[in-house]
Design a protein around this ligand. Sequence first.
Ligand code: DC
Length: 226
Amino acid sequence: MSATGLVIAVDGTSGSGKSSTCRGVAERLGLRYLDTGAQYRAMTWWMLQHGVDVDDAAAVAAASARPDIVSGTDPRDPTIVVDGRDVSVQIRSDEVNRAVSPVSAVPAVRERLVALQRDVVGDGGIVVEGRDIGSVVCPDAHVKVFLTADPSARAERRAAEEGGSDIASTQESLLHRDRIDSGRAVAPLVQSDGAVEIDSTHRSLHDVIDLVVGLADQSPSTASER
Ligand code: DC
């Protein structure tokens, strides 16, 4: 493991605070940041743009190799570029919210994106967020976190991020995605072996970042290396 080799894997449900936590941790520790959810969203956005029926798993699988997806890993300015176009805003639309779980359940999509993710992780020095990071993408990560929060807290945060969307419908949409993400056959959302659960419901973002940084500092294999 090189001096830049630390890998922090953060999995959890939608709206549990993963993105803010991971970006904050990466900034504090001088690490890169990868939002794998943005890649699944980018793949989904591309499918919708190209008229692929997102409920037709075979059609999604057949098209899954076509989009060129590039993630920028600066935690202060993470970007997601598809076929040369930055789609950071477009991938947060309701249309993508509705379609992303079925697209993410297609094995060919996951194979392609997991390969891309492992490429980006490379020798480490990165905080990676998603649903299957500790279980599939980086099972040897030095620090594994499973971030949770009550559905109402998650919906409030997500609605605020989305500029004041309706909280009840945001909660329904989050729970619907959780059901698909946790119930799918390939790489379902699970708390992976060795992951530390952090419930962010009653904690400030600052506290959660401190907890994750503390875990990284305690990690015997990496504390001396960073
Ligand atoms: O973290 P997010 O809400 O932006 O993720 C969007 C969707 O992508 C989520 O509903 C499930 C899927 N996803 C996944 O299946 N595996 C990952 N590693 C990350 C996200």
